[in-house]
Design a protein around this ligand. Structure first.
Ligand code: SAH
Length: 392
């Protein structure tokens, strides 16, 4: 497998049309006023949007004449369903979405007895080049706008409310940024998305901080920025190796920010938020699953406010790697626990529909006749400040 370069700078493409979810409450009120409507209609419109209603006919609290104008101007359809695929007896559903410029992203909705979680994408493709991840091998197409990210969560909330997943109507309780892309490389839009997820109705989904998880390869400056901003969501760090030598190859961003620096940043986050962070570790046979690495990881994390989530490696196209066999996995868990580190093994959902961790690549676009999106020429030198690109 040839190593891909890291890409920090998302290529600029045509912006998606203006959407209510990209605007602050004040901006939404001004936009509504500019359309000749009283500002409070922004709240009415937001309430419909976050409940998944975009059909003007259903907005009976708005005067008939205003409905079309407002929905056309502020609720353009940004995400078109290309298809849904279900697995796990109808309790997991992966959706392939087409964006306004033909870019494709996926989200996965998973129902559990006590919760419903949607895994959303923050970028089309990913620039972080992890060799075991299907999205990482695809390269970065572009950043998603806040409304394109939020729209995935809103659609999941509506699907739960409408009982579209087996088990009848329910409530979306959790959101994880573990779909396509590196959320902290698209910082301003992801931050805006966090606001929408956490803000109560009418201007958001009203989820609790602990039920929202941002997963990162370890962009240290962005973790520090998130720490300062006081949105106390759960932080997950994709570590995959306790030592720099191996991590440099599995998570190429490690060549820039080392294991020690990432753990320091996560510790600072935990101190500030009082919240345990999770360490994601895909167990790869004979690559990172040796007993000595379990011990190294145990020593690295002992006494910290951290929890390890082991993910048996999911197969990806062209990968030479396998999941660790069960005895190796058990040994790894036992050694971490012996070191006093809380450890769980992730239940892998949606494997047979390529909906599991690292399998999201929207690679089948060609069969569907959907225009595929050119992968940009990667820039090798990252800019100094990550995610500092002007929002919009
Ligand atoms: N870019 C972010 C979020 C997306 S990936 C990040 O890396 O954290 C979500 C998780 O799935 C990450 O921990 C990622 O490393 C892991 N993952 C990627 N490919 C995988 C695979 N083939 N098998 C198991 N986990 C994988």
């Amino acid at each position: 497998m040839t190593a891909l370069p890291l890409i920090f700078d998302a290529p600029r493409r045509g912006k998606p049309p203006r959407h209510l979810a990209d605007l602050t409450r004040d901006e939404a009120r001004s936009a509504v006023a500019e359309l000749g409507q009283p500002a409070f209609r922004a709240d009415q419109l937001a309430r419909h949007y976050y409940r998944g209603v975009t059909d003007p006919e259903q907005m009976t609290d708005l005067p008939a004449a205003a409905r079309e104008t407002l929905t056309e101007a502020l609720l353009p359809g940004l995400l078109t369903v290309v298809r849904h695929q279900t697995a796990d007896d109808g309790r997991t559903r992966k959706t392939l979405w087409r964006l306004h410029d033909g870019a494709l992203v996926e989200s996965v909705l998973m129902r559990y007895p006590e919760r419903a979680t949607v895994c959303i994408s923050s970028q089309a493709g990913c620039g972080m080049a992890c060799p075991f991840c299907a999205t990482g091998q695809q390269g970065l197409t572009r950043n998603l706008s806040a409304a394109e990210i939020i729209g995935q969560a809103v659609a999941a909330a509506a699907a739960m409310a409408d009982g579209e997943l087996d088990g009848g109507p329910g409530r979306l309780s959790n959101v994880v940024f573990m779909g396509m892309g590196e959320p902290l490389a698209n910082y301003p839009r992801v931050r805006k998305t966090l606001d929408a997820l956490l803000t109560p109705a009418p201007h958001g989904l009203g989820l609790s901080q602990r039920s929202v998880t941002v997963s990162t390869v370890g962009l240290v400056p962005a973790i520090r920025r998130l720490t300062e901003e006081g949105r106390n969501v759960t932080l997950a760090v994709s570590l995959h190796a306790p030592d720099d030598e191996l991590r440099d190859t599995l998570v190429p961003i490690n060549t820039r920010w080392k294991v020690g620096e990432v753990i320091d940043a996560a510790d600072a986050y935990a101190r500030k938020t009082g919240r345990r962070y999770s360490i994601e570790y895909a167990l790869i046979r004979d690559v990172n699953d040796q007993p000595f690495r379990a011990d190294l990881l145990g020593r690295l994390l002992a006494g910290k406010l951290a929890h390890v989530n082991l993910i048996p490696l999911n197969p990806t196209p062209g990968s030479k790697w396998d999941a660790s066999p069960l005895p190796a996995q058990r040994e790894f868990v036992a050694r971490l626990r012996a070191a006093g580190v809380p450890t769980t093994v992730r239940d892998t959902r949606g494997q047979d529909i390529d909906g599991a961790c690292g399998q999201l690549a929207a690679a089948d676009s060609v069969d569907l006749g959907v225009p595929s999106v050119a992968v940009p020429t990667p820039s090798v030198e990252p800019p100094v400040e990550l995610g500092a690109e002007a929002d919009g």
